[in-house]
Design a protein around this ligand. Structure first.
Ligand code: ADP
Ligand code: ZN
Length: 217
């Protein structure tokens, strides 16, 4: 079984949805830098205050900050059972720092899963996206509706729209994806770790495919 996993893809490709199912199915530690920043903002910590303006504009949080929080988390004992990095790395310096760290702590990356998706579909998905205020579970006003309007199926929390899921911030996020994150695809392809999947195939089917990959079937 593959156990140390990076999940990549543009905003809206379905990373969050797959990540939640995979960490449950395979008992992996979920390391989502986006969730860590949003939790810090909610809690009003120094990290949250620093990250907030970047996130709301759609910009990337500076590398040294992001690398710092991942280093701290990844070195903890529970990550020995396997981890899923969701939304990290997003820049070449982050990928290089991760390569160094994973060597140092002897937790090598087994695979990099890239979920691909075209721009029109990303825009459609993100503009209709809703997330649970309490647990972060994702929904969509047309394609992934909760059983009860405005209420999370999983925890009963209230659904809301993320502040960076608006047109302007989304344009900024997509351009960071193209300029900063896409170069990582070559970086990981050269290391022989990259597996690309079509995010348009539907989340059930994609989950089946990823399950097979991780099990080594
Ligand atoms: P999405 O993939 O939908 O854009 P995320 O929840 O992964 O959403 O990230 C939300 C925001 O958090 C990003 O737009 C960025 O501002 C910040 N962020 C998350 N991960 C990173 C990272 N690895 N490096 C820099 N900023 C990050
Ligand atoms: Zn919830």
């Amino acid at each position: 079984m593959l156990k140390n996993i990076i999940l990549m893809g543009p905003p809206g490709a379905g990373k969050g949805t797959q990540a939640k199912k995979l960490v449950t199915g395979f008992n992996l530690i979920h390391i989502s830098t986006g969730d860590m920043f949003r939790d810090a903002i909610k809690a009003g910590t120094e990290l949250g205050k620093l990250a907030q303006s970047y996130i709301e504009r759609g910009d990337l949080v500076p590398d040294e900050v992001t690398i710092g929080i991942v280093k701290e988390r990844l070195a903890q004992d529970d990550c020995a059972k396997g981890f899923l990095l969701d939304g990290f790395p997003r820049t070449i310096p982050q990928a290089e720092a991760l390569s160094e760290l994973s060597k140092e702590i002897k937790r090598p990356i087994d695979v990099v899963i890239n979920i691909d998706c075209d721009k029109d579909e990303l825009i459609r998905r993100i503009s209709g996206r809703r997330v649970c205020k309490s647990c972060g579970a994702p929904y969509h006003v047309e394609t992934m509706r909760p059983k009860v309007e405005g209420v999370c199926d999983l925890c009963g929390g209230e659904l809301m729209q993320r502040k960076d899921d608006n047109k302007d911030a989304l344009e900024v996020r997509l351009s960071h994806y193209v300029h900063d994150t896409k170069p990582l695809l070559d970086y990981y392809a050269n290391l022989g770790l990259l597996k690309t999947y079509d995010g348009a195939m539907g989340s059930e089917k994609l989950f089946d495919e990823l399950t097979k990959l991780i099990k080594g079937e």
